[in-house]
Design a protein around this ligand. Structure first.
Ligand code: C2E
Ligand code: CA
Ligand code: CA
Length: 874
């Protein structure tokens, strides 16, 4: 393509403008010599010039070889007021030798020409555009609009100056096969068109560009599905990106994305000759940004909304908790004024809600007020939980637990008080405290309570203000419990406690410290006479029997008194010494009484206590022994029975006399185990002797206490069965005084034993004042006259009378009679003559260890003869 321009140089050299048409004819002829492909003269030939020049131009066109020359035609408005379009065409004589091509270029709304219309259809006449004509009409005229590619550089075209062509002609090299455009390029000719990119270009150049655009083929458009797909993908990506970062960053991304789109579009347009619609992409990016921003905004809003909702819900929950709380919750100002209170508060203080509000808290919690200013007082209390006494509106007091906490509310210092009624808890605590310090049966204070009381009392007292501790122990209570059962025992204790309490009243502190033991602390007394009087009152209170279930139960009591600080320097010793005094009172035997502690009895009692403690081990470790003393049949002179007597040699105490430790054991729980030990041992010995063919009956001493135990006969039967002894192998010795302690109960046990075939001997007969009728009814087997009568019968007539009359009486009752304490042969003769069946004493032998006794008996029986014979032999 070559552009022959009517440029400024041409204009200046060919001065007479408008040029005579012979110049144009000349130009055509000169170009024709170079055989170009086609020629387009973009010059207006619509008006007539002089005939000669028109003729010359016509003939130049007519002689043109090849494709006919293209001449311009254009539509323009008929007049300023008329919208009808008129076609301005070259003169008909010229038109005959050429084809017409439209040179109309319609600007866009901004005044720039961007496209051409390839075909014009006005009033039913079709006119192709010049460029389209030169290139060959487009087949598909459905879209007559065609973009002009302004990225084609106009400088890339070959330009020749009109004047040069006229002056020098054209070289075939430059024109052969070319499409030649001829038109005004000089600015002063005014044929300038506003275009994008280049601002303005001469009309002919724009036509050339249009032609070149058609030649290159119109810019391709991306196929819609692909484009939209890519666009959607980009949007998704962007939306994803936008969703992840702040809106500020998103702005940057948006700008970058827009720039990238512009670059891509530009690149695709210039390099790939492909138009990418930049606007939808830009809109989409902007939309994506907008949407994601909106979406995040919405999320934020939703979040804020749900937070607000949650807050309100929590608020409502808190409120309902406060309202329904069983604890009283009160909000108070630093002055103590009640700001608000929940329903529990109105209930607690028995004050209507509207009256409560505005009241001072001190009206209900007076102990909260302490004279300090509210803020410092409440500040000091807040955070703690403490107990106070609260008051209802009416003035009823009750204990509460209060926790105070400070709250800052709208710059105001407030306090919340949670108040809980703890009356029930207090009552419970009180009850627990009572249970811990009181005996449930008698409701008297217990031993720990007494100890605590004694400690606190002793701490305040001195020699000028002595304290008396009185130990009170019931007599014969064990028997009551054992025989009448625990229910009766409990009732007796209850009744005794009631009587003692009534007597003591405010004079002292009385406690039950053990099974049947009570203790009394007396602080304020004028002198010992007052203590003695009180003790006597206590003793006398049990003179009247305790009655229950129709039985009159006779229990007594023994009182031991020790004084602080005279008798003891501390509580423990005071306890011990009053206990010793009580023991002494009990042993003094002549019924119930009281006794003061004195050091002499204490010395004894130390021995007693150590005997008891060592006896316990002696029984457990089998350190006791049984010795046997023969009983001689006075008629035959043979030994038929022996009496088992306890012997105890203690490592530190030495030999302890049996009557001493047996009596001690009787006052304690050791009695039972000692009795059992003796029975078991004696039964074993009996079996062992019979195995060695030594046939002697064993007389076993049993304590008075077993007679009070109704279970004794059963236990004895069991022991007999275990050892393999029967009733003829032994007899039981029970002292007459023991029988007379509680004749009825003792009688029951004795009868049960003798019914079982067990022989019973009344020991120490003559000391217990038993009636003969009673002995007869008991069905005992023999009487054993106390040794004191025997030992004195030679000297004292009245003892001899007793010895003799006892024998006669026993014979009358069909009882055997035994004499103990036979110390001389004369005694033996005299006793035999008086009618005694058996004699026992040092005259024959003291109690011997089993082996020695066996040897002694064998030897003795081998030479057996009646007493008088023996006396002769001596
Ligand atoms: P008791 O039952 O009257 O025992 C007789 C006591 O008189 C024995 O003293 C014995 O050794 C002593 N005796 C024997 N012949 C003569 C004599 O000719 N002249 C003198 N003066 N005394 C004689 P013992 O062994 O010291 O026992 C004293 C008391 O201890 C017993 O008196 C008895 O009441 C008690 N006793 C001893 N062993 C037992 C026992 O196993 N069980 C029980 N419950 N008491 C026992
Ligand atoms: Ca005896
Ligand atoms: Ca005796």
């Amino acid at each position: 393509m070559v552009i022959v321009g009517i440029d400024a140089r041409s204009l200046s050299e060919l001065q007479d403008w408008p040029w005579p048409r012979r110049y144009h004819a000349d130009l055509i002829n000169r170009i024709a010599t170079a055989a170009p492909r086609r020629l387009f003269l973009d010059i207006d030939f619509s008006s007539r010039s002089n005939a000669e020049d028109d003729q010359l131009l016509e003939s130049a066109l007519a002689t043109w070889k090849g494709e006919p020359v293209v001449l311009p035609a254009f539509y323009q408005q008929a007049s300023a007021s008329e919208r009808r379009l008129l076609l301005t065409e070259p003169l008909p004589r010229l038109r005959r030798h050429a084809v017409l091509g439209s040179v109309n270029l319609l600007p866009s709304e901004d005044g720039l020409v961007r496209s051409m219309q390839t075909v014009w259809d006005v009033d039913g006449r079709q006119l192709p555009a010049a460029a389209a004509l030169l290139h060959g009409l487009p087949q598909d005229s459905s879209d007559p609009r065609q973009w002009i590619d302004f990225t084609i550089d106009p400088a890339s075209f070959r330009y020749l100056s009109f004047i040069d062509v006229l002056a020098n002609g054209v070289s075939a090299e430059h024109f052969a096969g070319m499409t030649v455009f001829v038109g005004a390029t000089a600015v002063e000719l005014g044929d300038m068109i506003a275009v994008p990119l280049h601002q303005s270009l001469p009309g002919v150049v724009v036509q050339a560009l249009a032609y070149e655009t058609l030649r290159n083929g119109p810019p391709a458009k991306l196929r819609p599905p692909l484009y939209w797909l890519a666009l959607s993908a980009a949007i998704v990506l962007l939306t994803f990106l936008f969703g992840r970062q702040s809106w500020q960053r998103n702005v940057l991304v948006t700008v970058l994305a827009l720039a990238a789109v512009a670059c891509v579009c530009l690149y695709s347009y210039t390099v790939l000759n492909t138009i990418l619609p930049v606007v939808p992409a830009a809109i989409a990016i902007a939309l994506a940004y907008l949407l994601s921003t909106l979406r995040s905004l919405q999320l934020e809003t939703l979040r804020a909304l749900s937070y607000a909702l949650g807050f309100r819900k929590r608020d409502a929950l808190l409120k309902s908790i406060v309202l329904s709380s069983s604890d009283c919750i009160v909000c108070i100002a630093a002055t103590g004024k009640i700001m608000t209170a929940n329903p529990a508060a109105t209930a607690l203080f028995a004050c209507p809600a509207r009256e409560l509000q505005g009241c001072s808290i001190f009206e209900f919690l007076p102990s909260l007020a302490d004279g300090r200013s509210g803020a410092s007082r409440f500040g000091a209390l807040s955070g703690d939980i403490a107990e106070y006494t609260a008051r209802t509106k009416k003035g009823d007091e009750f204990p509460v637990e209060l926790s105070l906490s400070r709250v800052r509310f709208r710059e105001e210092e407030l306090y919340t008080a949670i108040v809980r009624d703890i009356s029930e808890r207090k009552a419970q605590q009180h009850q627990l405290q009572f249970q811990a310090t009181h005996d449930p049966l008698t409701t008297l204070p217990n031993r720990p309570a007494l100890a605590a009381r004694l400690d606190s009392v002793l701490a305040q007292r001195d020699a000028k203000h002595p304290v008396a501790l009185m130990m009170i122990d019931l007599d014969r209570f064990k028997e009551v419990n054992d025989t009448l059962g625990h229910n009766v025992g409990d009732y007796v204790l209850y009744e005794v406690a009631r009587r003692l309490q009534r007597i003591v009243g405010e004079r002292g502190f009385i406690a039950r410290i053990g099974g049947d033991e009570f203790a009394l602390v007396v602080e304020n007394f004028a002198g010992l006479s007052e203590i003695s009087a009180l003790s006597q009152e206590l003793v006398d209170s049990l003179k009247r029997p305790v009655e229950t279930c129709g039985i009159a139960i006779d229990v007594g009591l023994s009182v031991g008194i020790a004084l602080y600080p005279q008798d003891a320097a501390d509580a423990e010793t005071l306890f011990k010494h009053s206990d010793v005094a009580m023991y002494v009172a009990k042993r003094s035997g002549s019924g119930s009484g009281f006794e003061y502690y004195d050091t002499a009895s204490n010395r004894h009692s130390v021995r007693k206590l150590s005997i008891l403690s060592r006896l316990r081990t002696a029984i457990a470790e089998d350190q006791l022994q049984l010795h046997y003393q023969p009983q001689v049949n006075l008629a035959t002179g043979r030994v038929e029975s022996v009496e088992a007597l306890l012997r105890w040699e203690d490592a530190s105490l030495g030999a302890v006399r049996p009557d001493e430790f047996v009596q001690l054991a009787e006052t304690t729980d050791l009695n039972q185990s000692l009795c059992r030990w003796t029975l078991v041992r004696a039964f074993e010995q009996s079996v062992a002797w019979r195995r060695k063919a030594l046939e002697v009956r064993i007389a076993i001493n049993v304590s008075a206490r077993v007679l009070q135990d109704v279970r004794f006969p059963r236990a004895l039967a069991d022991l007999m069965q275990e050892a393999g002894v029967s009733t003829e192998h032994f007899e039981l010795e029970i002292t007459e005084s023991a029988m007379m302690l509680d004749p009825q109960r003792a009688g029951r046990v004795i009868r049960e034993l003798s019914d079982a075939g067990i022989m019973i001997s009344v020991d120490d007969y003559g000391t217990g004042y038993s009636s003969l009728a009673y002995l007869r009814d008991l069905a005992v087997h023999s009487l054993k006259l106390d040794k004191s009568f025997v030992m004195n019968m030679q000297q004292h007539d009245h003892d001899r009378v007793i010895v003799e009359s006892t024998a006669q009486m026993a014979r009358a009752l069909n009882l055997k009679v035994v004499a103990e304490g036979v110390e001389t042969g004369a005694d033996a003769v005299m006793l035999r003559d008086a009618g005694y069946d058996y004699g026992q004493g040092y005259w024959y032998s003291p109690a011997l260890p089993p082996q020695e006794l066996a040897n002694w008996v064998r030897k003795f029986n081998a030479t057996a003869s009646p007493p008088d014979v023996r006396r002769l032999s001596l």
